[in-house]
Design a protein around this ligand. Structure first.
Ligand code: KG4
Length: 340
């Protein structure tokens, strides 16, 4: 069979990324992150789309160079079609369409969330064979999503539960903002938590049925508790930031793991993966390892570089869709949100 070369493109939020895969093996993955948002404590959509415009051509160029191939060798272009920020998506989607059309090759639209889940199938070499088999469960936790997904096949996924309000990453980022820490808060909280006592403070946990999540109550509980403590000691945050971070992280990890454990029990599926930006969190990774030991789960934790947004996951999803002959037409629009 002829070699299949896929170019993957990701531009859904504030990372411009391009990757090249040969027969499903990753040859290159280049990402330009956008420091411009740090000063604003969150992603500014207009600035994100402008930065994507500047980054997209050099990033694709670098990805092709590092892969050691010419653009004429590509078999198809896979791109993130949504969900994400519309102005950001439009840059990647438009580029992918123009590039594929100019080369006369097919286009493959990829759902960003499916990409996060399939990041577990990114292989850096032929010997890289530690992938989950179907079915498996995947906890997808990012700045915009918290879901438990039952993965039946590459292109067949069921959402068993999801957040009814804030996502886990969003809650961490907001609490970190209230503490006056930088953006994004996740990695900062993670680092501080390593030096703190996770049982120092208690915050409220949601009591909702089934596999759904809720994080807005925790956020409010964190905010109100902090406000009270600051009345007693104006330097409370400075004096207790490690304990606050550790207690917040523990609460979030407990909430995530409780529902996941229930889903494992009910489905009987013991292969359990984690994906998305929050899967970089050390507390969550340790909880996975602990559950693997205690309950006999076979766990799949992605490499740090494939937890946050990257084009390798878009490329591998595109590769599976290519094998299935699932292409899209030039008029496929970007979408900001998943349809309900
Ligand atoms: O998947 P992602 O890069 O972007 C999308 O939302 O699609 O996830 C970003 C989220 C942010 O909320 C960020 O604070 C969080 O992932 N995050 C972390 C860590 N690294 C990133 N949260 C906890 N611990 C981390 N080490």
């Amino acid at each position: 069979m002829k070699d299949v070369y896929i170019l993957g493109i990701e531009s859904s939020c504030d990372d411009t990324s391009a990757a090249v895969l040969k027969n499903g093996i990753l040859l290159s993955n280049v990402t330009a992150s956008q420091a411009v948002h740090e000063a604003f404590g969150g992603v500014v959509p207009e600035l994100a789309s402008r930065a994507h415009q500047q980054n997209i051509v050099p990033v694709v160029d670098q990805a092709l160079k590092r892969a050691g191939i010419e653009k004429e060798q590509l078999s198809a272009v896979a791109f993130t079609r949504g969900p994400g920020l519309m102005g950001s998506l439009l840059v990647g989607v438009s580029f992918a369409k123009g590039f594929a059309r100019a080369l006369g090759i097919p286009m493959i639209d990829v759902n960003h969330l499916q990409g996060h889940v399939l990041a577990h199938f990114i292989r850096e070499s032929e010997d890289d064979n530690d992938q989950p088999t179907f079915p498996f469960l995947c906890l997808l936790v990012s700045g915009g999503n918290s879901q438990i997904v039952k993965v039946n096949a590459y292109n067949d996924m069921e959402i068993l539960g999801q957040t009814i309000d804030d996502a886990a990453g969003e809650a961490i980022d907001k609490c970190s903002k209230v503490m006056g820490l930088g953006y994004p808060g996740g990695p900062i909280i993670d680092k501080l938590a390593r030096q703190g006592n996770p049982d120092a403070f208690q915050f409220s946990k949601p009591q909702i049925k089934g596999y759904d999540y809720s994080f807005s109550g925790l956020k409010t509980s964190f905010l109100y508790s902090l406000r009270d403590w600051l009345k007693e000691d104006p330097d409370f945050i400075e004096h207790h930031k490690e304990d606050l971070a550790a207690s917040l992280e523990k609460t979030i990890v407990d909430i995530l793991m409780k529902k996941l454990k229930l889903a494992v029990k009910d489905t009987g599926i013991k292969q359990v993966a984690v994906a998305g930006g929050v899967s970089a969190n050390n507390g969550l990774r340790n909880a996975y390892r602990d559950y693997a030991k205690r309950y006999g789960w076979k766990i799949f934790i992605p490499k740090f570089s494939y937890t946050t947004d990257n084009a390798a996951m878009i490329g591998i999803t595109g590769y599976f869709k290519y094998l299935d002959g699932q292409f899209c037409s030039i008029d496929a629009p970007a979408f900001a949100r998943m349809e309900k």
